[in-house]
Design a protein around this ligand. Structure first.
Ligand code: ATP
Ligand code: MG
Length: 427
């Protein structure tokens, strides 16, 4: 159990590749932090710097108040689960979990107790005598996590631990990790590129892009108050719709207008949004207007955005209607009650939609910055104050299937354990 502090952490590979820049983050004891962002944004690099597997080019890392910049991985009191978790194929599950403790010369009795406790937590007690090849992907994953648990580390690091499981198993393991988190009371840093995983697991989420932190916040904060267009598009499925629109200030009031000339649909922003824009001194200007698909509602009213249906997808609990409006593709999510069949609208059907002023996000056309945020340091804006947070609107589960778990068991040479006392030779 420990708090962590990353201060202006920077990583440059080979004097050329800048992988992480100005990474500032204070992590509380027992907090669950998720690093999320597209491939190559610097998530693994950040995690590996915390683990001590990667030298820090600049900045400072503290674990439990101790500066660890030059402390070796095995002395940092952390455990890491890698994306390509590797189990020893010739050892039983029991021995795989016990291995690190044996290297550390723990008494047999203590090892036995710790292994059985971990197995109990992970629900793999009945598998302890099996070899890895006789396990499913999710079971192997749990064994890999078991090896990390028995260390009882101050900090648990996980790098995309679920990414090579299929979608169903991933969902199942995601809830296992939520349960695990309640049983193992420690600080977690978890890396994923899957925003659903980030939203469901994290106390706070760190959204990264090109080595820079874009926003740090609770799932609700980043969902309801995205700091910029990138975060807005990255968090939430289906993706937020972005329109070219105009922000109009009339004295103390603010409106957004979507669409051309006389056909424009104008909506007054919510009082909270107006107050924040006023506080930032925002004037009338062209904007990028963000509207989440689930915040668009079909209407009979003439005062609306006119659209034509391209295709409607039946998702069970909702219909995703893809329409053309304002010369672009727009997605509208229409929830269905249990009686409704949600018959598909034929292509070309004219529809109209509107939205509430509380659902409109306005972004700077040039920089993509959310105009409700004061111009602060670019990398980490202040969260807007004074808005009560409604219940989190959880994004829908990802629909695409992940590739199936790999068949083979990784080769021996990938098994070297940087956190072990020894060099990984079998004792
Ligand atoms: N050993 C290395 N030498 C040079 N460049 C590297 C090295 N490791 C990573 N990089 C570069 O640093 C950047 C960040 O890489 P990193 O592995 O941290 O990304 P990531 O966010 O974990 O991506 P992914 O989701 O694909 O795992 C990338 O541009 C990558 O090419
Ligand atoms: Mg990575």
């Amino acid at each position: 159990m420990a708090d962590l502090s990353l201060r202006k952490v920077k990583k440059v590979y080979d004097n050329t590749v800048v992988a992480v820049q100005a990474f500032d983050l204070e992590i509380a004891d027992k907090e669950f932090i998720v690093l999320v962002g597209p491939s190559g944004c610097g998530k693994s690099t950040t995690l590996r710097m915390v683990a001590g597997l990667e030298e820090i080019t600049d900045g400072e890392i503290y674990i439990g108040g101790r500066k660890v910049n030059t402390v070796s991985p095995k002395d940092r009191d952390i455990a890491m689960v890698f994306q390509n978790y590797a189990l020893y194929p010739h050892m039983t599950v029991y021995d795989n979990i016990a291995y690190g403790l044996k290297l550390r010369k723990f008494p047999k009795r203590v090892i036995d107790q710790k292994v059985r406790e971990a197995a109990e937590i992970l629900d793999i007690t009945e598998l302890l005598k099996r070899k890895p090849k006789a396990l499913s992907g999710g079971q192997r994953q749990r064994v890999a996590i078991g090896r990390a648990i028995v260390r009882e580390p101050q900090v648990f690091l996980m790098d995309e631990p679920l990414s090579n499981l299929d979608a169903k198993l991933r969902n199942q393991m995601r809830s296992e990790i939520i349960k695990l988190r309640q049983k193992v009371n420690t600080t977690f840093i978890y890396v994923t590129h899957d925003q659903t995983e980030a939203m469901t697991l994290g106390d706070r989420i760190v959204i990264m892009r090109d080595g820079f932190v874009q926003q740090v916040g609770t799932p609700q904060e980043v969902f309801h108050h995205p700091a910029n267009l990138f975060v807005a598009g990255f968090i939430g499925t289906p993706q937020m719709n972005i329109f070219d629109a105009r922000l109009v200030r009339e004295g103390e009031r603010y409106f957004v207008a979507v669409g051309e000339g006389a056909a424009a649909h104008t909506v007054e922003l919510s009082p909270e949004k107006q107050a924040r824009l006023r506080a930032c001194g925002v004037e009338s200007q062209p904007v990028k207007l963000g509207l989440r698909p689930e915040h668009l509602t079909l209407t009979e009213s003439d005062d609306a955005v006119y659209a034509a249906v391209d295709v409607s997808e039946m998702m069970g609990s909702a219909v995703h209607i893809h329409v053309s409006a304002c010369g672009q593709d727009v997605v509208i999510v229409v929830p269905l009650s249990e009686e409704e069949d949600g018959e598909a609208l034929p292509m070309g059907t004219p529809v109209r939609f509107t939205f509430r002023g509380s659902a409109a996000h306005v972004f700077d056309v040039e920089t993509g910055r959310n105009l409700e945020y004061p111009i602060a340091r670019e990398s980490e804006p202040e969260a807007p104050a004074g808005e009560e947070q409604g219940p989190a609107e959880k994004p829908a589960a990802p629909t695409e299937e992940a590739p199936p778990a790999p068949e083979g068991i990784p080769e021996r040479e990938t098994l070297d354990d940087p956190f072990a006392e020894d060099d990984g030779q079998e004792g």
